[in-house]
Design a protein. Structure first.
Length: 113
């Protein structure tokens, strides 16, 4: 696990991966399982991780809707190269109810569903 993430339960990550039809939510690379067990199957040889659509520190819940499975490269870049504290990219959904915030940001991931 990279960075100060509160991890999703593995069952939620697996359900999210099913919803994404086994692809990285961002780049579409095939992901066969979450965590390090999927590492050898990934084209970059890295594990996939459940990412918060709305970050935990902004109140994003540990729900299936708020979980998008990303390959490690995409996960790193969505956190702007590991700058985990920067959250301005979510400013456009501030003020919306949480469910709408999650839905609006989830739309930005081409392989979220
Ligand atoms: Zn990816
Ligand atoms: Zn993340």
């Amino acid at each position: 696990m990279v960075g100060p993430h509160k991890p999703f339960p593995i069952s939620i990550q697996n359900d999210a991966l099913k919803r994404q039809r086994g692809k990285c939510g961002s780049c579409g690379s095939p992901i066969f399982s979450v965590g390090t067990s999927g590492a050898s199957a990934h084209k970059f040889g890295e594990g996939a991780e459940g990412h918060h659509v709305i970050p935990h520190q902004m109140g994003g819940p540990l729900t299936l809707e708020n979980c998008v499975v990303l390959c490690k490269s995409c996960h790193y870049s969505v956190h702007r190269g590991g700058h985990w504290k920067y959250t301005e990219q979510y400013n456009f959904v501030k003020g919306l109810p949480m469910a709408q915030r999650v839905a609006a940001v989830a739309k930005l991931y081409p392989h979220y569903r």
